[in-house]
Design a protein around this ligand. Structure first.
Ligand SMILES: Cc1cc2nc3c(=O)[nH]c(=O)nc-3n(C[C@H](O)[C@H](O)[C@H](O)COP(=O)(O)OP(=O)(O)OC[C@H]3O[C@@H](n4cnc5c(N)ncnc54)[C@H](O)[C@@H]3O)c2cc1C
Length: 293
């Protein structure tokens, strides 16, 4: 039986933040509700008030702010995937959003909910990390920004306090010398939670060498992880397209990730998967810029 809960609706941001402050740990925020409703049905909601923020206009919209992009917490996966601003300035985030669930989930599910949910398998999380995104947290006492990688502290856990809401995200626009991509492996093509996912970002310098590399992966540790040793090997690559060289650098990811066995896959499978996903993603994004020797 579904537990009886109080239901509070916030009509604007001030109201939402005031309710978050007064209700604190007693409330569970509802944005698109795609996660909350599943938990409700499974009897996993221990809070006694649902705080519906879905009508808060100030949390919607994607806007450009000079060299930055701001994405509101209530922006849906569909909106991300279809936004010309995201396609142009953060195609890795559009690619990640396109892989989330099926059409209904992408229509209702929000980026704020995906991040706040803090699942190690959340698909927008590695994309936000490689974009160097900041998570914007709001409360009645003001606003603070946390680098995406520091936002998640464990499965289902983040630094978002009970009196705070995720109000949005901001990240620098990708430039002409930047390339990025995202891949996910699941048990089937659609409506599937990632067995492993990976996002890559490379900045190419003089002669096409990789000067900045950011590689992040999900479902291979308790939270999304940056693969810094693997990034270092990519920075050392000569700017000549070679599948063997890309695979050689990607191989380091096998050592860097620490997945567990669970219902979806074994740890060994995930390690192999991440090397394959990373090889494919990196090769694909570099193919547009590097020529075979
Ligand atoms: C069938 C199915 C398939 C799915 N497939 C995928 C998939 O492929 N990839 C994937 O990543 N996810 C998937 N999901 C999970 C889910 O749809 C996404 O995480 C979605 O983005 C959640 O957004 P939401 O707005 O619906 O969140 P909600 O359900 O409204 O909230 C999720 C959690 O975040 C909290 N929260 C929401 N917004 C805020 C906020 N602004 N501030 C603070 N806390 C907040 C809520 O309290 C709750 O704990 C799937 C879910 C289902 C049911």
């Amino acid at each position: 039986m579904i537990k009886e809960l109080e239901y509070e609706v916030a009509h604007n941001l001030d109201e939402a933040l005031a309710l978050a402050a007064t209700l604190g740990e007693r409330k569970r925020v509802v944005a698109g509700g795609t996660d909350v409703v599943v938990r409700l049905k499974e009897g996993l909601i221990r809070e006694d008030v649902l705080l519906d923020i879905s009508g808060v206009e100030a949390l919607r919209g994607i806007r450009e702010e000079d060299d930055w992009v701001h994405v509101g917490a209530l922006v849906t996966h569909d909106e991300l995937a279809l936004s010309p601003v995201i396609q142009q300035s953060a195609p890795v985030l559009a690619a990640a959003a396109r892989t989330v669930g099926g059409p209904q989930i992408r229509h209702r599910g929000t980026i704020g909910g995906n991040a706040a949910n803090a699942s190690p398998a959340g698909d927008t999380l590695p994309a936000l990390v490689v974009l160097d995104a900041l998570v914007i947290l709001g409360s009645v006492s003001g606003q603070r920004e946390v680098p995406a990688l520091d936002f998640w502290t464990g499965p289902g856990r983040s630094v978002c306090r009970p009196d705070e809401l995720v109000t949005g995200f901001r990240f620098p626009k990708m430039g002409v010398d930047d390339v990025a991509g995202f891949r996910k492996l699941g048990s089937r093509r659609a409506m599937t939670i990632a067995t492993a996912n990976v996002a890559v970002f490379f900045r190419l310098g003089k002669g096409g060498r990789i000067t900045h590399a950011r590689i992040a992966s999900g479902s291979v540790a308790p939270t999304v992880v940056r693969l810094s040793k693997t990034e270092e090997l990519f920075r050392q690559l000569l700017p000549v397209l070679s599948l063997a060289a890309v695979r050689g650098a990607a191989q380091m990811a096998w050592k860097e990730v620490a997945p567990i066995d669970d219902l979806r896959a074994t740890a060994l499978y995930r390690k192999e998967a991440i090397v394959g996903l990373l090889t494919e993603t990196a090769y694909e994004v570099l193919r547009g810029r590097w020529h075979e020797g």
